[in-house]
Design a protein around this ligand. Structure first.
Ligand code: Q7Y
Ligand code: ZN
Length: 670
């Protein structure tokens, strides 16, 4: 179902050699995929050379003709040719490799757009995102991803393309290509250090938002410090990229998948762990109906690169992501960037309308001020710097073991079990202690033996999830409220681990919640509820309940996900009441997104009558992409206000909710 492209690892260059953009990058990545049993699970798509017509979608004829001559040049001529560009190395074979790299990206687009594969990754070199219409740059010859975007638009009539550039460098070539084009949304984060880091461009800063019709469709997140962590990356996803991406509603997602943003990379000097790429990938996989093509860009540490590639590919294959660990919250510098980006874009995106405004006069002065501070610090840190060159070490990501059963269903006998799922009922007699407790607490005034069977099945199911024998599950129950209470109570008393309870509609009486943090209850409804003091009960009140798609989506991306990631549960309980008003596609998005948590251990509870929803919900649990929500309109101002208030009130307790760096404190230094 998935594709993997790889070829052209022919040993290249002796000189004028690039020391880091080396053929081994591909061989070690591929070997790691084989070693982890991932290569076998992928479909290998043959590469082809990009044609002149393909390349001319982005590059000028003069440039193409010039590059075409390089295989016949003497080394002397090559050297001279190279020198007109910045930081790029031409070898007699690079024109061929570059054609294969771009062609591989196009083959991937073809296979994804025609539905032959769901998604995929192209392992290619040279990278592409720095190359411009008429110039090679930063190891890049042809702009693989930019060509792929134009190609998809032209050949498949794709209306909107999202390009996510998580490489640690700014893909200025991609920015220039689509600057005035509202049909291609380009997002890039990059090491910037107030313009001191390569390629040192003024236009890599957050205030380059696109031009003319394309204003708002170029999003730059400058990192002004090195050492950014998982928390910093996720915060930007939650509070900038995802809300905007959902509002934009792409038909295709392309990823400039550079892994020089991972720990250990000599160029990036960031501290994000390889498994963060599982989450970044997962969070994008429910956009565009799952049509996602990742194309390798940078990544020069031959240990963290293959680890990161494996995390990405394994996620594309549908395996649940590992638990996100150590999410302390974003650092001060990241919050500064976040704040600036959000305010620069608030006029273009309704999801950011409420972002704090940065007085326009402040923007440039702030930059200068920060740059000066930075210089001061740098002087102080100069001595330390030599030490920081020492090799980073980090634990190898654990092998991701996928349970033999993906989705188990507890269903009344008259409801059919969808393909790919397994009907579940507890085979053993339930533990009498548990039964008694259930009787006592929940079944006092019923003698419903069906209810008892269902509840004990639920508990058995949770236990199998805890043991990682089953990944996730779905149950139709007579009384969703009672079943929820039952699971929550069982979790709080019998499980040692944390449970995130997400209620869509009022299913749960908050007084049953815990204050010790064993459960975190987030409840969406339209009922104004008294301010809740407890850190672990969070009522989210939306005016139209869950029926306003924009408001609800914003609440999920900007509130629920950051809470969930920070909380790091071992189980997610997702509950929906019959009157929730939530439409099917949003529900499926929610179920899909929440699987990034708890290693994908989600238990969904729905009321017996909702038989029609079993199929769609199960498909989300099986890892199929949810359908797109359509371009989102502005949420109700009242809801936006309420969400903002909630976020502000909670951000001291839940650091991933932060979007601004208060003048003093807030956000930790690295
Ligand atoms: C490009 C890259 C693409 C001073 C040193 C500058 C430039 C490195 C370019 C990196 N001339 N080094 O990694 S993803
Ligand atoms: Zn890079």
């Amino acid at each position: 179902m998935h594709s993997l492209l790889q070829k052209q690892t022919t040993a290249l260059q002796k000189r004028p050699a690039c020391k880091i953009e080396v053929p081994e990058r591909l061989t070690v990545s591929h070997e790691a995929l084989v070693k982890n049993g991932l290569a076998d699970r992928c479909v290998s798509v043959p590469v082809r050379e990009a044609t002149d017509a393909d390349i001319l979608l982005v590059h000028s004829e003069e440039y193409l003709e010039a590059v075409k001559k390089t295989p016949y040049m003497t080394l002397e001529d090559l050297k001279e040719f190279t020198q007109q560009y910045g930081d790029v190395y031409f070898h007699p074979n690079i024109y061929h490799c570059a054609k294969l790299a771009a062609g591989a990206a196009l083959q991937l687009v073809d296979n994804v757009m025609t539905g032959k594969v769901r998604n995929g990754m192209a392992l290619v070199r040279p990278p592409g995102h720095h190359s411009m219409r008429s110039a090679a740059n930063g190891f890049c010859v042809f702009n693989n991803v930019a060509i792929a975007a134009r190609y998809a638009k032209q050949k498949y009539g794709v209306k909107r393309v999202l390009i996510v550039d998580w490489d640690v460098h700014h893909g200025q070539g991609v920015q220039y290509c689509f600057e005035d084009d509202p049909s291609v949304l380009y997002f890039s984060w990059h090491r910037y250090e107030h313009q001191k880091f390569w390629p040192q461009l003024r236009e890599s800063d957050y205030d380059s938002v696109g031009k003319e019709k394309g204003a708002g469709f170029n999003i730059n997140v400058p990192w002004n410090k090195v050492g950014m962590t998982n928390s910093d990356y996720l915060s930007v996803f939650f509070h900038v990229l995802l809300p905007v991406a959902y509002e934009f509603c792409p038909d295709l997602v392309l990823v400039c998948a550079g892994f020089d943003s991972a720990i250990g990379d000599p160029e990036g000097e960031m501290c994000a762990s390889p498994d963060i790429f599982a989450h970044l990938t997962h969070l994008l996989m429910n956009l565009a109906g799952g049509k996602l093509c990742a194309v390798l860009e940078g990544g020069y540490n031959l240990t963290s690169l293959p680890q990161s590639v494996c995390q990405t590919v394994q996620t594309l294959l549908g395996d649940p992501a590992p638990r996100p660990a150590n999410l302390d919250g974003p650092c001060k510098s990241a919050l500064e960037s976040l704040y600036c980006v959000r305010s620069a874009h608030r006029q273009y995106w309704s999801c950011l309308k409420h972002a704090a405004e940065l007085p326009t006069s402040d923007i440039s002065t702030k930059r200068i001020k920060l740059a000066e501070e930075e210089e001061e610090e740098e002087r102080l840190e100069e001595a330390k710097e030599e030490k920081s060159v020492e090799e980073k070490v980090w634990p190898e990501p654990l092998k991701r073991v996928t349970p033999p059963i993906r989705t188990a269903l507890v269903l009344p006998n008259d409801v059919a079990c969808p393909d790919g799922c397994k009907r579940f009922s507890s085979s053993e007699d339930p533990d009498p202690l548990i039964v008694n407790k259930l009787r006592e607490n929940f079944l006092k005034d019923t003698d419903d033996s069906n209810a008892l069977t269902t509840l004990s099945s639920l508990i058995a199911l949770i236990e199998k999830m805890e043991k990682n024998e089953i990944c996730n599950g779905l149950a139709l129950v007579r009384d969703v409220s009672m079943a929820t209470m039952c699971v929550v109570q069982h979790a709080a008393t019998a499980l040692s681990n944390r449970v995130l309870v997400v209620c869509v509609g009022d299913a749960v009486d908050p007084s049953r919640g815990t204050e010790d943090g064993k459960t975190l209850l987030v409840q969406f409804s339209n009922k104004e509820s008294e301010e809740q003091k407890c850190k672990y009960y969070i009522p989210v009140c939306l005016k139209k309940g869950c029926s306003d798609v924009s408001g609800f989506t914003q609440a999920v991306l900007g509130l629920l996900l950051p809470l969930g990631y920070k909380y790091d549960p071992s189980l997610v309980l997702l509950v929906r009441t019959p009157d929730s008003g939530l439409c099917d596609s949003v529900w499926r998005q929610l179920a899909g997104l929440l699987q990034g948590l708890a290693q994908g251990h989600t238990l969904v509870l729905m009321q017996e009558g909702e038989k029609a929803c079993v199929g769609p919900t199960a498909s989300s649990l099986l890892g199929e992409a949810a359908p797109s929500l359509g371009q989102l309109h502005a949420p109700l101002p009242k809801d936006v206000e309420a969400l903002e208030r909630l976020r502000h009130g909670l951000q001291a307790d839940w650091k991933l909710l932060q979007t601004t760096a208060p003048e003093t404190g807030g956000g930790d230094e690295h």
